[in-house]
Write a protein that binds this ligand. Structure first.
Ligand code: DGY
Length: 321
C-alpha cells in the first residue's frame, strides 16, 4: 500500500482505480492553488503525486521530495517540471500525450472563428445592452475560406488544427518545424517554410509548439511586425510564447488584425487587462483540454502512470529521457 497525493479533486471513479490497487489517497480540496510550501508538505507525507495544474516542480521541490516514486502529471505539457533534475534524482515523470490533441486543436479552431467573426466581442456587447441593428458596414468579421493557415510547431495538436482548417475552410497549410511532418504534407498538402515565411504568409498563425528556452517569447514586436496586417494570431500552447505587451501594441497599431488566446502569462489574467476589452481579441481561461471525455482520458493515463511507477515499472507515458 502506497500513499498518493492528488493536487486537485478528481472524480470518484478515478480515485477508485487507485484505491482498488490498495493505495491510500489524500486530495487537495481547496478552491485555490497549493503554495510551494504546502506542496512540499503534502508530497513529503506521500509516495507519489497525481499532479494537476501548473505548480512548479522545480529542483528545490524535487531535491526536498526525492523520496517520491513517481510524479504523474495530468497534462501533456511539462514545462513547469525540471525534468533534468527529476531524472538525476531517479524520479519518473509521466504525462498524458495524444488524448487531448483534438480537444486542444478544437479550442484553437474555436478561437480562430471567434476572432474572425468577433463572436466573443459581440456577445459582450449584447450583455451590455448593445444588440445594435442590421448595419451592413459595422463591426464586420472576415471569411476564413481559402485563407492560409500557418502552424508554428506541427505536432499532434497542430496536425489536428491543420486537418480541421483544411477540411472546414479549404485553407492551404504552411508550417514551421525543425523537421518535416510527412503525414501533413501527404494528406493535407502542407508546406514546410522558414520562420520568416511563416510570419509573412500566414493569414492565421496558430502556435502549437512546446515552451522551451528556444520558443519562449518567440512572438514579440519583431515577429508581429513581419506578419500581415490582416493576420490573426492564435495561441493555445503556453502564454510565455508571446510577449503580451508587444501583442497588445501590435493589435492597437494594426500590425495584425486580431488574436485568440487560451493561454496567458500570468494565468489567471487580471480582470482589468485591456486585451479583454479589445473587439478583435478572444480570450479563454486555458480550457484547451476541458471536455468531459478528454479530461477523463487524461486522468486515466495519469492513473496508468502512477500505478506503473508505484510498481517500479517503466511509465507508459514518460517524459524523462
Ligand atoms: C496540458 O495538458 O499541457 C494543458 O495545457 C493543461 O495544462
Amino acid at each position: 500500500m502506497m500513499n498518493i497525493f492528488i493536487t486537485r479533486q478528481v472524480p470518484a471513479t478515478i480515485k477508485q482505480s487507485l484505491t482498488d490497487q490498495g493505495h491510500k489517497l489524500s486530495e487537495w480540496t481547496e478552491k485555490r492553488d497549493l503554495t510551494p510550501d504546502e506542496l512540499i508538505r503534502y508530497a513529503k507525507a506521500n509516495d507519489a503525486l497525481f499532479s494537476v495544474g501548473g505548480h512548479a516542480i522545480d529542483k528545490q521541490f524535487l531535491t526536498t521530495c526525492s523520496h517520491l516514486r513517481v510524479i504523474a502529471l495530468c497534462s501533456v505539457g511539462y514545462d513547469h517540471v525540471d525534468v533534468a533534475a527529476a531524472t538525476q534524482l531517479g524520479i519518473p515523470i509521466g504525462n498524458t500525450p495524444g488524448v487531448l490533441s483534438k480537444a486542444t486543436a478544437d479550442t484553437a479552431f474555436l478561437l480562430m472563428q471567434s476572432v474572425a467573426r468577433k463572436a466573443i466581442h459581440k456577445h459582450k456587447e449584447i450583455l451590455r445592452g448593445n444588440w445594435g441593428f442590421f448595419d451592413p458596414t459595422a463591426d464586420l468579421g472576415v471569411d476564413l475560406q481559402g485563407k492560409t493557415l500557418g502552424i508554428y510547431g506541427l505536432g499532434r495538436i497542430g496536425y489536428e488544427m491543420a486537418k480541421s482548417c483544411r477540411y472546414a475552410f479549404d485553407m492551404p497549410i504552411i508550417y514551421h518545424n525543425r523537421g518535416h511532418h510527412e503525414e501533413a504534407e501527404k494528406e493535407l498538402g502542407a508546406r514546410r517554410v522558414s520562420f520568416d515565411e511563416l510570419l509573412e504568409q500566414s493569414d492565421v498563425l496558430s502556435v502549437h509548439a512546446n515552451l522551451s528556452d528556444q520558443t519562449r517569447g518567440m512572438f514579440n514586436r519583431d515577429t508581429f511586425s513581419k506578419m500581415k496586417a490582416s493576420a490573426i494570431f492564435i495561441n493555445t500552447a503556453r502564454g510565455l510564447m508571446h510577449h503580451e505587451a508587444d501583442l497588445r501594441d501590435a493589435l492597437e497599431k494594426g500590425m495584425i488584425w486580431g488574436a485568440g488566446l487560451d493561454v496567458t502569462n500570468p494565468e489567471p489574467m487580471a480582470p482589468d487587462n485591456p486585451l479583454l476589452e479589445m473587439p478583435n481579441v478572444a480570450i479563454l481561461p486555458h480550457i484547451g483540454s476541458a471536455t468531459i471525455e478528454t479530461r477523463m482520458k487524461m486522468m486515466q493515463l495519469t492513473v496508468e502512470n502512477l500505478l506503473a511507477g508505484l510498481r517500479g515499472d517503466p511509465l507508459p507515458y514518460c517524459v524523462n529521457p
